[in-house]
Design a protein around this ligand. Sequence first.
Ligand code: 5AD
Length: 350
Amino acid sequence: MRKNRIILFDKDERTKAISMLLTKGDGIEGIYREADDIRKQNMGDEVYIRGIIEFSSICANDCLYCGIRASNMSVNRYAMNADEILDIARTMESVQQTTVVLQSGETPGINDDEIGAIIRRIKHETNLAVTLSVGNRPYKTYKYWRDCGMDRYLLRFETSDSDLFERLHPDCSLDERLECLYALKKLGIQTGSGFMIGLPGETIDILADNILLCRKLDLDMIGIGPFIPHPDTPLGREKNAYEGDEDMFFKALSVLRIFNPDAHIPATTAFDAVFPGVGRNLALQRGANIFMPNNTPVELRKDYILYPGKPCVDESIEQYARSVLMRIESIGRITGKGHGHSIKRNRDIE
Ligand code: 5AD
């Protein structure tokens, strides 16, 4: 198997091997097919649906690519309260969403105890798994949230190149980000990370190293998606590093699956922003096995635009949720019934 072949190489050779796979112009259909086969063998035909509630657009950080960065004064900052979040969470199981993903900017205007109380209420009042995605936090906060019932955490490392990381993140270093990921893993929290594809300054070798880092971290979930310039950010006039070669987005996804056979990999929203209406379907057919519809109230979605072209900003939560079920069926897949927890086992848990 390809997996075993790569283990034999040293780090540089591994990077080169993946770079070659990514730059192969011919044989691209073969890469997609292999990724789809590996997905089917390891993850089955189920697509688990995890509904996202973007509960606060308040952010203290100034990441150069992100539409809700602190310096973007044109964003209306909101924070939903616990009852508003619970009202949405209670409707999710009826449309086969078995996980709620609570996402916000960093320092979201809701303190750690309030977030803990929301986790407890969701676990008490619904049968949903709970995922949080609210940025870098100390070990003790992750532990506290775990003890409140949090199942999973998403925190992308964005790029494995520490210089590029530092140019893009005035508030944080790659090492600090990785420390957070190690803390989450140590606590036995199912850990998701990932990266953007085609950040300005990214090379094919960096992309290959991003894929290798996902594998090294032995992640439970891996979310990746193309970088899309947001006009109100310092990178607004930059281009995606693979502009004109958008197949690279899917190749990255497929190679990611080939090297991470048993991780949950979502078909992320950014694929639909680049390929409207079909991007996420194609992602599901080229390695992905998770769908994450947007459950943010329609009137707030315009204030949580990380990048332009986010689909379905006007569709109601209900319409969106139902269209997702149809999408999954239309490509011959089935909706996952249980929580869709990580299938990785035997972790050292503190
Ligand atoms: N283009 C694509 N993805 C982006 N994200 C933030 N800004 C952009 C952008 N301009 C992604 C980051 C972040 C996730 C929530 O959204 O990877 O981790």
